[in-house]
Ligand binder design. Structure first.
Ligand code: GDP
Length: 301
C-alpha cells in the first residue's frame, strides 16, 4: 500500500501518473479538507472532488477544478435569478456536490466520499483528512479574510501577513493507513494550506516517523508552479524554495524530489534529508507525470 497526501492541483497531476504505474487499488489518498464549506446550498470539498474526478478520469485538467466539458446551465440560471455564485459550479460537478451534501447528512463526509468513489469506479481509497470543518483565516493588509474570499473575490492579491486554522480531529483510518504503508508520498501541493493541515492532525507526524516518506517539492527555483503557496510560505517566514519545503517536513522526510532546475540545491538539501532525487517535475504532459511517478516508486526501499 502507498499513501499519498494530497491537495487539489499539484498532487492530482502526480496521481494521474501514479495510477498508471501502480495498481490503483494499492493507493490510499488522504485529502486536505481545510477549505471545505457550504456554497450555493451545497457542501463544497474542492480538493476531494478534484481527487475523485482525477481518479475517475473526469477532471477538467486545464483548471484542476470541476469536470471536463461540464455545462453551466444551473449556474447561469442562478445568476439570472439574482444569486451571484462565489464559485462557478458546473452541472455535473453540482450533482456530485448535491449527492455528497445528502450523503454527509446521513453518514458523514468520509462515508460519503467512499460511496461516491465506488459509484465512480475508483479502486483507490480516498479519505478526507477530517470529518470536521476547519476554520481558516487569512490575515492580510486589507483585514482578515475567509479563504475563498481571499482567493476568489480578491483574486489572491492582498498581501498576506499570517494564516491561522483551527485544530480538527483526523478521520478514522488515516493514522493506520500511514503506519501500514510501504511509503507515504507527500505530493507537490501547497505546503501551507494543503499539506500542513494534514500534518497538524493528532498522530500524523508520529505515524510518518515510522514510515518511509518521499515528498515532491511544489516549489521550483524561488516560486510555486501555480497558486498562492509562495505568498503563504513568505507570510509564515518559510524560505520559498525546495529547501524551505524540506525544512518544513524535515523531522520525518526520507527523500525529497526536486526539479532539474534546482540541481544546485542538492548539497544544501543533503544536510536536511538523507536522499535527494533530481528530475523533471514540471508535469505538463502524461509522459512527465508517469515518469515522475515511476521514479518515486523506484526510490522506495
Ligand atoms: P492550491 O490550493 O492551489 O495551492 O493547490 P494545491 O494544494 O494542489 O497546490 C498547488 C501546488 O502545486 C502549488 O504550490 C504548485 O507549485 C504545485 N504544482 C502545480 N503543478 C505542479 C507541477 O507540475 N510540478 C510541481 N513540482 N508542482 C506543481
Amino acid at each position: 500500500m502507498i499513501t499519498v497526501l494530497s491537495g487539489g492541483t499539484g498532487t492530482p497531476k502526480l496521481l494521474q501518473g501514479l495510477k498508471e504505474v501502480v495498481n490503483p487499488a494499492d493507493l490510499t489518498i488522504i485529502v486536505n479538507t481545510l477549505e471545505n464549506d457550504f456554497f450555493s446550498g451545497v457542501y463544497v470539498s474542492a480538493d476531494i472532488d478534484t481527487v475523485l474526478y482525477t481518479m475517475s478520469d473526469m477532471i477538467n485538467d486545464e483548471l484542476w477544478y470541476g469536470v471536463k466539458n461540464d455545462t453551466f446551465i444551473t449556474h447561469d440560471r442562478l445568476e439570472e435569478l439574482g444569486c451571484a455564485e462565489l464559485l462557478r459550479i458546473g452541472d455535473i460537478d453540482r450533482a456530485t456536490k448535491i449527492q455528497k451534501t445528502q450523503l454527509m447528512e446521513k453518514y458523514g463526509l468520509a462515508k460519503a466520499c467512499e460511496i461516491q468513489a465506488e459509484k465512480m469506479g475508483i479502486q483507490s481509497k480516498i479519505i478526507p483528512m477530517s470529518e470536521e470543518n476547519s476554520d481558516i483565516k487569512i490575515m492580510t493588509d486589507i483585514g482578515e479574510l475567509e479563504f475563498h474570499d481571499f482567493l476568489i473575490k480578491h483574486r489572491g492579491e492582498p498581501d498576506v501577513l499570517d494564516i491561522k486554522f483551527s485544530k480538527v480531529k483526523p478521520s478514522k483510518g488515516i493514522i493506520d493507513a500511514i503506519k501500514n504503508s510501504e511509503a507515504v508520498i507527500i505530493g507537490p501541493s501547497n505546503p501551507i494550506t494543503s499539506i500542513l493541515p494534514i500534518l497538524s492532525l493528532d498522530g500524523v507526524k508520529e505515524a510518518l516517523n515510522e514510515t518511509y516518506v518521499v515528498a515532491v517539492s511544489p516549489i521550483i527555483g524561488s516560486g510555486a508552479v501555480s497558486g498562492p503557496a509562495s505568498k503563504f510560505m513568505k507570510a509564515l517566514n518559510i524560505e520559498v524554495s525546495s529547501v524551505g519545503v524540506a525544512k518544513l517536513y524535515e523531522n520525518f522526510l526520507d527523500n525529497i524530489v526536486i526539479d532539474d532546475k534546482d540541481f544546485d540545491k542538492k548539497s544544501q538539501l543533503n544536510q536536511i534529508v538523507n536522499k535527494v532525487t533530481i528530475t523533471n517535475t514540471i508535469m505538463n504532459n502524461s509522459c512527465v507525470k508517469k515518469n515522475l511517478a515511476q521514479i518515486i516508486i523506484d526510490s522506495i526501499p
